[in-house]
Design a protein. Sequence first.
Length: 116
Amino acid sequence: LRGGGRRGAVARDVYGAAAAMAMASPGDSDAYVLSAGRALGRAGAWREALEFLRAADDDDEEGASSMWGNALIVATAEACRLNGRPDEALRCLLGDEGDGDDDEDDDWRNEGGEYQ
């Protein structure tokens, strides 16, 4: 897994472990990703989880975003929620992590739709 920079190294390691477990049991990959997000949240690593998500969004089609999609978003939101960061969690779910990209139609989270 790529992404996350220096700050995201912890998240990269945790999500890397989830990816390794998913190879043995692909049907459970979403559960592993969600558990990884919860682990990051319990460790207070919500910023690292956000950085990993941002980097995954910027990666090419082989990145974590394409591998886990919505599970990675929900896992990141959960990490934020567990740290009392409801605003950051909501921004994750809405596809706005503060990266300055306001083009909703290009955001893969809403698949070209409009926010309700």
